[in-house]
Design a binder for this molecule. Structure first.
Ligand code: 5AD
Length: 346
């Protein structure tokens, strides 16, 4: 097993069988060796600094109906909101004062007719905080919309591919959504000069080990700048409410494998990790993750952005709880890196 891990570290890729072996290995010493190697690689790239991003949940209005997601269109128990321009700018101002230099605007997917409103918002943020990075996470859109947002000043775009497997993709999403279109969007974002993030949920209903191997192969080939991966967590108003949550261990193992495959990638230890386990966030970092995305949304709105049950959004998971996060990180010898944290050489 150690040879395989060394090979991944040296060559940055393995055969599908190799990935499968790393995903299924049981010996705890082998697993610890994988984690150690991933930490070493992350530290060689980024030191013991962890980048932070202020997450602003712009809206829970969504035209999509993904079967796993709490803010899916057909969930009538959600009280829908959209932040005003002023609210978003207030969030940024608060975030900037705390020290954030990246703002992430995340939200449900809107129709193209509202893309210009978002472009204006991006322009406002760009003008007021020229030194900050603006990341968008707003779903699938036309090339025209993506280009408009890029021109308005957005730097990065997060769009998890969710799963590369065609059959699984169609089991997780409503009719009409396809993995082909998802991948086209990711290609387009890259062409437009965004730093791009892809990724998956771990342990989603019907997911197999083979499909995870397929996801690793896709990510290694696509080489995203950012990789967003978190365990699936059921939401009580969705068709997947009765499925079990994914595993923190398996998610951490994926962070480690992808850290060795893509040493420069920006990999957050995600909110879903922190939600499932009190030490989930730290375990992600000890597996080679190097980003945390505290919640910067207005406190009253946070409960309404419930992608899954019990989603962490306060304490160390909130921008206001940043000292708590810093304390947690220091327990394992890490600290917050307050710089913009772009992908190396971009
Ligand atoms: N559990 C875990 N992650 C989820 N997401 C959406 N719903 C869930 C859920 N029930 C993730 C998706 C999406 C990101 C914003 O949140 O991967 O891309």
């Amino acid at each position: 097993m150690k040879d395989l891990i060394d090979q991944l570290r040296a060559k940055h890729k393995l055969t599908p069988e190799g990935y499968r072996a790393l995903l299924t290995m049981r010996d705890s010493q082998d697993v610890e060796y994988l984690m150690e190697q991933a930490r070493e690689v992350a530290q060689a790239q980024f030191g013991k600094g962890i980048f932070v991003r202020g997450l602003i949940e712009l809206t829970n209005v969504c035209r999509n109906d993904c079967l796993y997601c709490g803010i899916r269109r057909s969930n009538s128990n959600v009280s829908r909101y959209t932040l005003t321009r002023e609210q978003v700018l207030d969030c940024c101002e608060q975030g900037f004062e705390i020290g954030f230099r990246t703002f992430v605007l995340q939200g449900g997917e809107w129709g193209e007719e509202r893309s210009t409103w978002i472009a204006e918002l991006i322009r406002d943020i760009r003008q007021r905080w020229p030194e900050c990075a603006i990341t968008l996470s707003l779903g699938e859109h036309t090339r025209e919309t993506y280009a408009m947002w890029r021109e308005a000043g957005a730097d990065r775009y997060l769009l998890r591919h969710e799963t590369h497997n065609k059959r699984l993709y169609s089991l997780l999403h409503p009719e009409g959504m396809t993995i082909q279109h998802r991948l086209q969007c990711l290609d387009c974002l890259k062409e437009l000069g965004f730093q791009v993030g892809a990724g998956i949920m771990v342990g989603s209903p019907f997911q197999s080990l083979n499909s995870i191997v397929e996801d690793i192969m896709y990510l290694v080939d696509f080489k995203p700048h950012m990789i967003g991966i978190g365990p699936f967590i059921p939401q009580h108003d969705t068709p997947f409410s009765r499925f079990p949550a994914g595993s923190v261990d398996m998610t951490a193992r994926l962070y480690a494998i992808l850290r060795l495959a893509l040493p420069q990638a920006l990999i957050p230890s995600t909110t879903a990790m922190a939600t499932l386990s009190p030490d989930g966030r730290l375990r992600g970092i000890l597996a080679g993750a190097n980003v945390v995305m505290p919640n910067l949304s207005p406190a009253d709105n946070r409960a309404k952005y419930a992608l899954y049950d019990n989603k962490a959004s306060f304490g160390a998971e909130s921008a206001q709880g940043i000292n708590k996060l810093a304390d947690e990180l220091s327990l394992i010898g890490y600290h917050i890196d307050w710089s913009r944290g772009d992908f190396p050489n971009t």
